[in-house]
Design a protein around this ligand. Structure first.
Ligand SMILES: Nc1nc2c(c(=O)[nH]1)N[C@@H](CN(C=O)c1ccc(C(=O)N[C@@H](CCC(=O)O)C(=O)O)cc1)CN2
Length: 299
């Protein structure tokens, strides 16, 4: 009998501790953890995600500010906004909601964010840190998947993991984070031939391809743990994942639903990173030490 992993319940269970930590920061430095969210353009899904992040911040005592800009904002103006936030001692975390309009240089924007405030974990330093093991912030969705596996006491070390999807936000960091925990990881992507020959070997199957019903029951090993990271909005407005939930439930031992699986954990990991950033800033302030992470400037 499959167990459905309730990501909403797990995420809510982590919040009391986040609230306590946020309050402790506020008491010790006289200001709560602060998050700045940059939203460019009018993408309705992005607006919903940002609203949910702001609400979640309120629930754990993070002071958040949403900076909204029109689609037409120029690259330089966005970079200047980020530079101002980098210098603001009341801001512990900065995130730029993705996707951005095509004329904005995503690489420049992500590298402009101070490594110490990069709570999305998208700066090159933090991405590279996933390889070398000294990342400051892990990207929220893969981090949420790891927390979810750990909360369910699902072993990672020595397991065969297949990650379907090789995006910079989910697939690639996911593979690195699971490899760092001792899993044997294969990454499949849009060019993979005969996907099923890989997925059938997975003890843990993580799917982040953005293709509804890509994974059906016969592609899954009996007893596998199936983590569905896909968020696909159907014509009727409903949200569905990348996994045929009913068919795969007949084979899997555990499965995450969409909605209500990985998504809520993504938001909670953003809260975790923001509070961890504030704790770090406070520790540095109290030790009077210089920041131990270099800043990167584009030539
Ligand atoms: N700067 C970032 N941009 C984007 C990220 C990110 O991590 N950082 N990830 C996604 C969007 N995203 C967060 O920003 C996100 C998407 C979905 C959910 C979520 O909770 N989904 C719910 C369903 C929500 C609904 O009904 O619409 C669920 O799965 O239960 C959270 C965060 C791209 N951009």
């Amino acid at each position: 009998m499959v167990k459905v992993i309730d990501g909403r319940r797990l995420a809510e269970g982590l919040r009391p501790n986040l609230l306590r930590r946020g309050q402790a920061v506020a008491e010790r430095r006289g200001a709560p953890p602060g998050l700045a969210v940059i939203l460019v353009g009018n993408d309705p899904a992005s607006a919903v995600y940002v609203r949910n992040k702001i609400r979640a911040c309120e629930a754990v005592g993070i002071r958040s500010a949403c900076l909204r800009f029109p689609e037409s904002i120029g690259n330089a103006d966005l970079l200047e906004t980020i530079a101002n936030l980098n210098a603001d001692p009341g801001i512990d975390g900065i995130l730029v909601q993705l996707p951005l309009p095509a004329h904005i240089r995503l690489d420049q924007v992500l590298e402009a964010i101070s490594v110490q405030k990069d709570v999305d974990g998208f700066h090159l330093y933090n991405v590279g840190g996933l390889v070398t093991g000294n990342t400051i912030f892990s990207p929220c969705t893969p981090y949420g998947v790891v927390k979810l596996l750990e909360s369910e006491n699902i072993p990672i070390e020595g397991q065969n993991v297949v990650v379907v999807g090789a995006s910079n936000i989910v697939g690639k960091p996911m593979a690195l984070m699971l490899m760092a925990r001792g899993a044997t990881v294969a990454i499949c992507h849009a060019k993979t031939r005969d996907l099923a020959q890989f997925t059938i070997l997975a003890d843990i199957l993580v799917v982040a391809a953005g293709v509804p019903n890509l994974i059906i029951g016969q592609m899954v090993k009996t007893g596998a743990v199936v983590i569905d990271v896909g968020i696909n909005r159907l014509a009727d407005g409903c949200i569905t994942g990348d996994v045929d939930f009913n068919g795969v439930s007949a084979k899997a031992s555990r499965i995450t639903p969409v909605p209500g699986g990985v998504g809520p954990m993504t938001v909670t990991m953003l809260l975790e990173n923001t509070i961890a950033s504030a704790e770090r800033a406070l520790a540095h302030q109290q030790s009077h030490a210089a920041p131990d992470i270099p800043q990167f400037q584009r030539a």
